[in-house]
Write a protein that binds this ligand. Structure first.
Ligand code: PHB
Ligand code: FE
Length: 327
């Protein structure tokens, strides 16, 4: 591909050494502390740390399910093939003042720009997936890069982790030591006694041991797939870097420790609930909310997704419920 055919519109480098990026009417630039976003009816800035952590998830999760709010103003809505980039669209005050703006982009175009921005703006030593105490600083003038960290994608099993041919389990051998916060998690594996002939079909593994070796935070990995049922456990420390606007019901099973969820209306951001989940608690988050989690200590969480592509339309048309249970 020649430079003129490149889907990425990257401008000149500024005095801090960073490239500026354009997507339709949106312009993104960064300085030592902030990401600046401009659009035809407004402008906004957010901490570069928060911005890079959110951008990392949006890229690695392929725009995820529904809405990825970077904060209360900026974000993306996934239409699975094309993606809305918005400012103020899900913010009641921006909507009332008619200052909100959104544009729709082909998936490849917005993905290419987001990847280029993430690569250019992430300095050497900063890993947007790491817990605050396990990474360096994102701030300051441009200082190298961290391509190995920012090109990481989520681990996805085709059936179940540990089944022959699938992703290797996390172990000392695969370069995944037990995390400092999970030093007390037993590492023994279950014994499997399969009937002769079924040795390759039956598998079991210690999920707690597996998760104790995760070196990233707020990054669900798909460890089992059964039709549309996806088990996506993850380890969480500090704050979920996005405010996720659901387009389907999503189940949370708190496997260890404690996470506090701020739950808001998906359209307006009006507060709806605070949910404190302790080990063993189960919650079904409705399809019309957005939520952000706070984890005081590294915690294990099972996110259970229904991956059916039909769900967003069924819910929008009122043919599937917005909540798991109607009382
Ligand atoms: C969510 O938005 O539901 C979500 C995302 C990432 C996590 C946990 C939950 O690590
Ligand atoms: Fe969610």
């Amino acid at each position: 591909m020649t430079a003129t055919e490149s889907p990425v519109e990257a401008g000149e480098r500024n005095e801090h050494g960073y490239a500026t990026f354009r997507l339709g009417g949106f312009t993104f630039s960064r300085d030592e502390h902030f990401a600046h976003v401009e659009w035809p009816t407004g402008r906004h800035l957010l901490s570069i740390e928060a911005f890079l952590k959110a951008l990392m998830r949006d890229v690695a999760w392929n725009f995820f399910y529904g809405i990825v709010n970077f904060d209360s103003v900026i974000g993306t809505m996934n239409h699975y093939g094309n993606v809305d980039l918005f400012a103020g669209r899900y913010n009641d005050a921006y909507r009332k003042a008619e200052l909100d703006h959104q544009e729709n982009f082909d998936h490849e175009q917005i993905m290419a720009t987001f990847k280029a921005m993430l690569a250019d703006w992430t300095n050497d030593g900063f890993d947007p997936f790491a817990a605050p105490q396990e990474t360096g600083s994102p701030f300051g003038e441009k200082r190298g890069d961290n391509l190995a960290a920012v090109t990481r994608t989520r681990v996805t099993a085709q059936r179940m982790v540990g089944v022959p041919g699938d992703e290797p389990l996390r172990s000392d051998d695969t370069g995944h030591p037990v995390n400092r916060m999970f030093a007390d998690v037993p590492q023994d594996e279950p014994t499997v006694e399969a009937e002769p002939g079924y040795e390759g079909e039956v598998a079991a593994f210690n999920l707690f041991a597996y998760l104790s070796r995760s070196d990233v935070t707020w990054n669900p990995s798909v460890v089992s797939v059964c039709k549309d049922s996806l088990y996506c456990p993850t380890t969480e420390e500090f704050i979920l870097p996005i405010i996720h606007g659901n387009d389907r019901v999503e189940w949370f099973v708190q496997l260890s420790d404690e996470i506090h969820w701020e739950v808001e209306d998906r359209e307006t951001g009006a507060p709806r609930a605070k949910v404190v989940m302790k080990a063993g608690d189960v919650a079904a988050m409705p399809a019309d909310i957005r939520h952000q989690g706070y984890s005081p200590k590294r915690a294990m969480l099972l996110v259970w997704e229904n991956g059916s592509a039909a769900l967003p339309d069924l819910i929008a048309e009122g043919k599937a419920p917005k909540t798991a249970v109607e009382f």
